[in-house]
Design a protein around this ligand. Structure first.
Ligand code: COA
Ligand code: AMP
Length: 629
């Protein structure tokens, strides 16, 4: 197969291209239309088709000879336990959990929030929702109760499924009490909170709404798969936007299944029966797509890893997992490799393992620095593929497609658009940028199947946030350029989103929290370069009228962000500035602050009210940046 031919076909006739890909799946009823537009003018794939994502991921394989194949390897160095489930066992467990939820009144179209650590019951609960046609919304465990409450009020779940606790390296994180706190803050109240008790000693406060997971399942009848429309939502996944309120990215059933199935063979070069491992968390899109849905829909075996790249117990863990489960293709964030490289610069742990099964190392989630890419190439001795995508797309947008044609790797580039994505680099006025000229990364509509059709309950925000900047295009929020050979390079977000250790966070949201401290007169939060995490947030604060020592206020601000957003926000630095750079009309010059925090050369905007401020801020930032690294 040739990349260019496949790509051209996908754009010349998207309906025939994706209609053919859809035939790889089992439909209860074939779609009436491959591509259509809804009443709001938004594109929809496979209208009229009926299917069930959990059926495709489990039952289909059991009925077609994969019942005894391992579907999921659970590997948990933090609890020193391992377990594996065949497709048949997974289907049976999921059917019971679905039955339990059904007995609680959960029906097709209801929403369920899942706030759970990386345990098999979390994956099974996602699939149980899919089985019922209920819509799950998984919330990442590193988010604090306040963030959970925001999602509860937006998704309005019928039930929340949680666990007694998670474990971060050696620290027990009590999940259930965080759910109780979130429910005190939220206006919406679900009928039930279902708790999987891990028996790790965390306290389990008993509320009227509590229900034990195992009791619910023990009393349940197994239920079958509810047929849903291809255009019905499978899940909502909240992601950081440019305001304080997260955006509920909606994923449909049909387009999602077709796109993920296509990606396993074409992007990742995996065959049914192989083991695929995405070392991410089910709270992020990578976890949804490549721990749970894609490998299972494709008939591969997936790995659910409850640990870290280092410290559980050391930097050899990843290589042990690859050897043990004969992983063919692995996916992680560059930050994980940077953490490993720091501990094991010469790759001694890599050499100590038999990695003969590993054919590819895929990286995404944040920019990959060339040194890390080259370190991985040198030690792993397999193609190291940096590829680019987002929560919104749900599957790769730019990649070197290993299952179609391996193009030469250019370090720093995420290679070329994946079939289906008419990706362009646009100038600010919407015209295509020249080769090597930086612009805005946008995709000409329609987006291919699998990408978000809308935001949950907020069509206006969807249109405003993604479709209005460049009419006829989806705007990604990233900047980038193409070289003369059409290889794409991503230069980073052009908005207020930062990427900390592969975790996507909103600086606007952090600003709201910092500004809520009574001693703060004004503030700005921007991302600063960090050698390990890629970026870390840096708060620049103008103090109000206070006589309290600044270090006390700084510690309170850091604590507040941790309490309100969660530990994952990783705000560790507060800088005191006399004032913030502003335009003459009073708007904070964030782009300038971002460049200063990254130690990049700055262009002084003509609109600035006082150019002297730049040197003042540079002097304040410099020592901090040296310390951060
Ligand atoms: N539940 C509760 N807390 C969590 C959590 C979770 N699921 N995930 C992270 N946290 C906490 C951590 O314990 C840490 O808390 P602390 O400040 O009390 O130590 C904080 O959030 C920051 O976590 P993190 O950014 O992960 O830093 P770290 O120092 O613990 O680990 C790395 C650094 C590089 C090892 C780690 O970030 C990593 O593995 N990154 C890969 C991320 C990834 O896979 N992203 C998915 C995109 S593909
Ligand atoms: P998320 O929605 O959490 O997956 O984050 C998506 C964002 O992460 C993108 O918009 C990019 O800013 C960034 N990102 C993801 N993959 C890459 C990559 N390979 N290179 C550079 N940035 C990336």
């Amino acid at each position: 197969m040739n990349y260019q031919d496949e790509f051209n076909q996908s754009l010349q006739n998207p309906q025939s291209f994706w209609g053919q890909q859809a035939q790889a799946l089992h439909w209860f009823r074939q779609p009436d239309e491959i591509l259509s537009q809804d009443k709001d003018g938004l594109y929809r794939w496979f209208k009229g088709g009926m299917l069930n994502t959990a059926y495709l991921a489990l039952d289909f394989h059991v009925e077609n000879g994969r019942g005894d194949q391992v579907a999921l390897y659970y590997d948990s160095p933090v609890t020193q336990s391992k377990k594996q489930y065949t497709y048949r066992q997974m289907r049976d467990e999921v059917a019971k959990i679905a039955g339990g939820l059904k007995a609680q009144g959960v029906q097709k179209g209801d929403t369920i929030i899942i706030y759970m650590p990386m345990i098999p019951q979390a994956v099974m609960t996602m699939l149980a929702c899919a089985r019922l046609g209920a819509i799950h919304s998984v919330v990442f465990g590193g988010f604090a109760p306040h963030e959970l409450a925001l999602r509860i009020d937006d998704a309005r779940p019928k039930a929340i499924v949680t666990a007694s606790s998670g474990i971060e390296v050696d620290k027990i994180i009590p999940y259930k009490p965080m759910v109780d706190q979130a429910l005190q803050m939220a206006e919406h109240q679900p009928e039930k909170v279902v708790i999987y008790n891990r028996g790790l000693g965390a306290l389990l406060p008993t509320q009227a709404y509590d229900l034990d997971f195992n009791t619910m399942v023990a009393e349940a009848e197994s239920v079958g798969c509810t047929p849903v429309e291809a255009t019905d939502p499978l899940y909502i996944l909240y992601t950081s936007g440019t305001t304080g309120k997260p955006k509920g990215v909606v994923r449909d059933n049909g387009g999602h299944a077709v796109a993920l199935h296509y990606s396993m063979g074409h992007v990742y070069d995996v065959k049914p029966g192989d083991t695929f491992w995405a070392a991410s968390d089910i709270g992020w899109v990578v976890g949804h797509s490549y721990i749970v849905y894609a490998p299972l829909i494709y008939g591969a075996s997936t790995v659910l890893f409850e640990g870290k790249p280092v410290r559980t117990p050391n930097a050899s863990t990843f290589w042990r997992v690859i050897e043990e489960y004969k992983v063919r293709a692995m996916f992680t964030a560059p930050t994980a490799l940077r953490a490993i490289r720091k501990e094991d610069p010469d790759g001694a742990f890599i050499k100590a393992h038999d990695l003969s099964s590993l054919k590819y190392q895929f990286l995404a989630g944040e920019r990959c620095d060339v040194a890390t890419l080259q370190w991985a190439q040198k030690h792993l001795k397999v193609p190291v593929i940096d590829h680019w995508w987002q929560t919104e797309s749900g599957w790769p947008m730019l990649a070197n497609l290993m299952g179609i044609q391996a193009l030469p790797v250019k370090p720093g580039s995420v290679t070329k658009p994946v079939p289906g994505y008419n990706l362009q680099i646009l100038n600010a006025n919407g015209t295509p940028a020249e080769a090597n000229q930086e612009g805005f990364v946008a995709v000409k509509l329609p987006l291919p199947p699998g990408c978000l059709p809308n935001l949950w309950g907020n069509t206006a925000r969807f249109k405003e946030g993604y479709l209005s900047r460049f009419p006829g295009y989806y705007f990604s929020g990233d900047g980038g350029f193409k070289d003369a050979e059409d290889y794409v390079y991503i230069t980073g977000r052009v908005d207020d989103i930062i990427n900390v250790a592969g975790h996507r966070l909103s600086t606007a949201e952090m600003e709201e929290v910092v500004a809520s401290h009574p001693a703060v007169a004004e503030c700005a939060v921007v991302g600063a370069h960090c050698d390990l995490k890629g970026q870390v947030p840096l708060a620049m604060v103008v103090l109000g009228n206070t006589t309290r020592p600044a270090h006390e206020i700084g510690a309170e601000i850091i604590k507040l962000v941790r309490q309100e957003i969660g530990p994952v926000a990783s705000l560790k630095k507060v800088l005191w500035v006399k004032r913030l750079p502003k335009t003459r009309s009073g708007k904070t010059l964030r782009k300038l602050l971002r460049a200063l925090a990254d130690g990049k050369p700055v262009t002084v905007p003509s609109t600035i009210d006082d150019p002297n401020i730049i040197d003042e801020i540079k002097e304040t930032i410099q020592p901090t940046l040296n310390q951060a690294n």
